[in-house]
Structure formats: C-alpha cells, structure tokens
Design a binder for this molecule. Structure first.
Ligand SMILES: Cc1cc2nc3c(=O)[nH]c(=O)nc-3n(C[C@H](O)[C@H](O)[C@H](O)COP(=O)(O)OP(=O)(O)OC[C@H]3O[C@@H](n4cnc5c(N)ncnc54)[C@H](O)[C@@H]3O)c2cc1C
Length: 343
C-alpha cells in the first residue's frame, strides 16, 4: 500500500500543472499516467498569445503566426497582429518540459500506470508488467482526458462532445489556416497548423452530427478539393469533452478535458487544462479559494457552447452567423480573441 496527499490521474497539461503547484507548496503528489511517456496526444499543438505563448519557453515554440487566414464559402479574411496570435508546439516536448518541472518540484510521476477504480480514498492501479497496486490518497484529481474514467467513477455524465481528426504531414506549410465549411463540417472546421518540419492538418466537428468515420470522409474530400496530400492512414481521432459541470464533486476533482473544459467551438483545450489544473490545486490548498479564473473560463466556455448549439440546431443560421463573424473580424469589430478560451 502506497500513500500520498494527492493522487492525480493523467499526466497531460491539466494533471501536471495541478501536481506541480501542489508539490511546490509542500504536498506529496503522485501522478499516474497510463502511457509509457508523458506528452504524446492527438492534437494540432496550437497555443494562443493571450493564453499560453508567453508562458512556455521560446525553445518550445516551433512556429509562431502573427497572421491567421480564415476561409469560408464566401470570403477569405486575414487577421494580423503585432504579436503572434497562435504558435505551435510539439505535445511531446511540451509534456516533457512540464514533467521535468513537476519532478523538480518533487512530484512522483508513475508512467505505464493506469487507474482501474477508486473510492473511499483508495485507488486501484495497474502497473504495466508489474501487477496491481493500492494507493491511499487524501485528495483525488481526475485529469485523465475526455474519456475520463475518474469522471465516470464520480458519476458525472458526459453528453456534449466534439470529435477531432489530426494528421501530421511531412512538410511545413507556409500559412496557418482555418476553413469554415458548413457544407462539409457543419458548425466545425478544418485547419492547417504548420510546425517546424511538419504540418498538422485536421478537422473538428460536433459529435452529435459526425462520427469519426464520417468526419474522415469529409476531411479527405476537403483535402482533395484543395489538392492537399494526406495519407488517410496517418489520421488519428480524438474526442473533445465540452460538457462542463464544475470541477468539485463528491469524492474528487476534475480538471481539463476530464472536466469538459475544452471549447466546443474550436476544440482548444490546453489552456483550459492548465488554468483549471492550477485552480484546483489552489482549492485543495485553501478550500475557501474563490477560483475567479474558473468563473471567467466558465463564461467563455458557455458562450462557445451556445454558439455550437445554435449552429448545430439551425445549420443555415449557423452558416450565416459564421459569415457574419468573419465580417466582424475583417472590419475589426471583434478580434481573434473572441475565438480563444483566454480572456
Ligand atoms: C484532433 C485534436 C486537435 C486538438 N488541437 C488542439 C490545439 O491545437 N490546441 C489546443 O489547445 N487543444 C487542442 N486539442 C485539445 C487538447 O488536446 C486537450 O484539450 C488537452 O490535451 C487537454 O489536456 P488534459 O490534461 O485535460 O488531458 P490530456 O492531454 O488528454 O491528458 C490526459 C492524460 O490522462 C491519461 N489517462 C487517461 N486515462 C487514464 C487512466 N485510467 N489512468 C492513468 N492515466 C490515464 C492519458 O494517457 C493522457 O496522457 C485538440 C484535440 C484533438 C482531439
């Protein structure tokens, strides 16, 4: 039997940010991660200026884009800024950097270890090739992503999810592009996010309207129309949970995708994972902590969710709204921040 003050399930950005802050304040923290390596994840690796770019070391930035090219059926808008609006990072490098910081603060990270079940301040873990282990904890944090087992064990339902597809193609394309194309993706979109030597090409859509297979067909059609070369076998799918119902439940906390904090509109989830991870750490350290940052995140999240609901229920209205949104961006009535999760 092992003992720890806090058991964090999941070594993604949400779990590691939470664990690091707790360990820096003197708590004993164990992070369990089912994969053998911290970091790799189906993701386009886009981080925003108002959210994260300034928080990660420059060496992690693969490419930075002060210009965003946004296309719809009727128009093309170029949004320019003095600072990079979005940069790209490798999830593997970001994960390793965060894991190093966590370990330097004293966090124990157990890779190849997965949570089987938990309750009554005890968790059953399975360590690959080394059998089962029981851990007794003071607090439990579910940071185990969109298919969160902790969320299920806490009895929190998940009804609103998006589906994302991503492939890393072996060339760095010149522009960062967003393609709103209701004909193919309804309220979703396709993207090109160039990295240093590769480019992420993918699509995100509402899971009520698209299965992974359906979205794949649409994305391949979109690539064909644009003469973009993409090997279908390179595509990887991932669910994005945006069914946010709070972070504090009877028996434990949820952060990041496990809490449903990714944007239902864009799929952006790294920033919400980091912010919610830190907020939950502060709540554990001080139960009276007001967590204003979560309230702000919740408001933005709610606005994004309302836009998706509207576009999914009334597709024509959604398409018109998308064109209107682009006009507002073009006329600089709103800025790109409206689409970002950061305030
Ligand atoms: C195709 C696609 C593209 C995306 N692109 C972007 C983007 O460009 N920018 C952006 O901000 N967001 C993007 N996202 C969303 C982003 O990837 C997530 O929101 C973010 O990773 C959430 O972080 P997290 O720490 O909450 O969860 P994750 O990063 O999912 O981490 C959860 C961890 O928990 C582990 N785990 C799961 N179950 C268990 C278990 N039982 N026991 C132990 N460990 C477990 C997993 O292995 C994983 O490492 C994208 C998502 C998809 C699907």
């Amino acid at each position: 039997m092992e003992k720890t003050d806090v058991l964090v399930v999941g070594g993604g950005p949400g779990g590691l940010s939470c664990a690091t802050l707790l360990a820096e304040q003197g708590m004993d923290v164990v992070v369990v991660e089912r994969k053998p390596l911290v970091g790799p994840k189906v993701c386009a690796g886009g981080i925003t200026w108002h959210g994260l770019i300034r928080l990660v070391p420059e060496s992690l930035i693969e490419r930075a884009f002060p210009e965003q090219y946004i296309f719809s059926d009727r128009q093309q808008v170029v949004v320019r800024n003095d600072n990079p609006i979005i940069a790209t990072v490798s999830r593997e490098h970001l994960g390793q950097w965060m894991a190093d910081r966590a370990e330097a603060a004293g966090v124990r990270i157990w890779t190849s270890t997965r949570l089987i079940t938990c309750g009554g301040h005890q968790a059953q873990l399975e360590r690959q090739g080394r059998g089962r282990l029981t851990v007794e904890y003071g607090h439990l944090v579910g940071a185990d992503g969109s298919n969160s087992r902790v969320r299920r064990l806490l009895g929190v339902p998940t009804l609103q999810t998006g589906i994302g597809l991503n492939a890393m193609v072996p060339r760095s394309l010149p522009q960062m592009q967003w393609h709103l194309c209701p004909r193919l993706f309804a309220s979703g979109y396709a993207w090109i996010f160039p990295h240093a030597d590769v480019s992420s090409i993918g699509a995100f859509a509402d899971r009520r309207l698209f299965s992974a297979v359906h979205l794949k067909t649409q994305l391949l059609r979109w690539c064909e129309e644009r003469r973009l070369r993409l090997d279908p076998d390179d595509l990887r799918a991932g669910v994005v949970n945006y069914d946010y119902r709070g972070v504090c439940f009877n028996g434990g906390y949820l952060v990041g995708d496990a809490a449903g904090l990714a944007s239902g509109l864009t799929g952006e989830g790294i920033y919400p994972a980091l912010i919610s991870g830190q907020a939950v750490a502060r709540m554990i350290l001080n139960p009276a902590y007001p967590a204003g940052e979560l309230a702000n995140l919740g408001k933005k999240h709610h606005r994004h969710r309302q836009m998706v609901m509207l576009a999914s229920r009334f597709p024509r209205l959604g398409a018109t709204l998308a064109e209107f949104l682009l006009l507002l961006l073009k006329w600089k009535v709103i800025d790109f921040r409206t689409l970002e999760m950061a305030e």
